[in-house]
Design a protein around this ligand. Structure first.
Ligand code: SAM
Length: 252
């Protein structure tokens, strides 16, 4: 998989060198590049924002640097800075999702909510591009323009507002990349965790069996795998009902 991240704060993405993602890159499972949006500006001040049409607070990210940066990550040569920018051979004009088009993720609190199912879907892509907004976000025309070149996905990581798309991008990349075969050593870890089967995970314990007056539930020390599986399922249901009742299937 190839991932390109475009941001005005590329240093924010330094964490992508660490831990399992860093190892995946070193092992050649992931080709990841971070780009500074300001490298695609043309004025002396490297301007990326301007005031909003219609008035109101804050600034909006200008479309021109985004078009240049997004064209560059498509490897189709220089942007003509016009509507006739060349398309890659794989690019299919249109706004629907096509397997052979790169996916452009635009983090946004106004996007569709990113879930485990979204992570699985995006883990199948060959090429993901993350466009990290700042200020009040990116001029809306960028997403419209990009729909001829990418499958465009405005995605939110939750119902709250961050200062920029970098933290959201880090969260989404981590959730996606750990699903690529070979990234997690034990694939069983991916099937026995929260959201894998729609429920939250059961409580986990490790040694010592007794700690500060608190004992691990007896059943987990029993060696009876059937009983342990039943206990874990009951705990999953109880925990999900208590913390996330919205995840339980509706009772008819
Ligand atoms: N004016 C925008 C709105 O009300 O929808 C919020 C802009 S926010 C201050 C700046 C940037 O942070 C956004 O363009 C987006 O990239 C990112 N961002 C903020 N909250 C986010 C969330 N919940 N999920 C994903 N990205 C988010």
């Amino acid at each position: 998989m190839r991932i390109d991240v475009i941001s005005i704060f590329p240093d924010y993405l330094a964490a992508l060198d660490l831990s399992l993602i860093g190892k995946a890159r070193a092992a050649g499972l992931l080709d990841l590049a971070v780009h500074d949006l300001r490298d695609f500006t043309t004025d002396r001040h490297r301007t990326v924002d301007d005031t909003p049409y219609g008035g109101g607070a804050g600034m909006v990210m200008k479309p021109e640097p985004w078009a240049q940066a997004l064209t560059a990550v498509l490897d189709v040569g220089p942007d003509a800075d016009a509507d006739d920018a060349p398309l890659s051979e794989d690019a299919v004009p249109g706004s629907g999702v096509a397997a052979d088009r790169p996916v452009l993720v635009i983090p946004s609190p106004a996007g569709e909510v990113f879930r485990q199912a979204t992570a699985h879907e995006l883990a199948e892509a060959d090429h993901l591009v993350f466009a990290c907004g700042r200020y009040e976000g990116i001029d809306e025309r960028v997403a419209e323009w990009a729909a001829d070149r990418f499958a465009v996905r405005p995605l939110s990581i939750g119902d709250y507002v961050l200062n920029g798309g970098e933290v959201a991008t880090l969260a989404m990349i981590e959730a996606i990349v750990r699903l690529i075969p070979g990234v997690i050593g034990n694939p069983g870890s991916l099937t026995e965790e929260s959201h894998a089967d729609g429920l939250l995970e059961y409580p986990m314990y490790t040694k010592p069996a007794s700690w500060r007056g608190r004992d691990v539930p007896d059943v987990l020390l029993s060696g009876d795998h059937g009983r342990i599986a039943r206990w874990r399922r009951e705990e999953q249901l109880a925990r999900t009902a208590a913390r996330r009742p919205d995840l339980l299937p509706p009772v008819c």
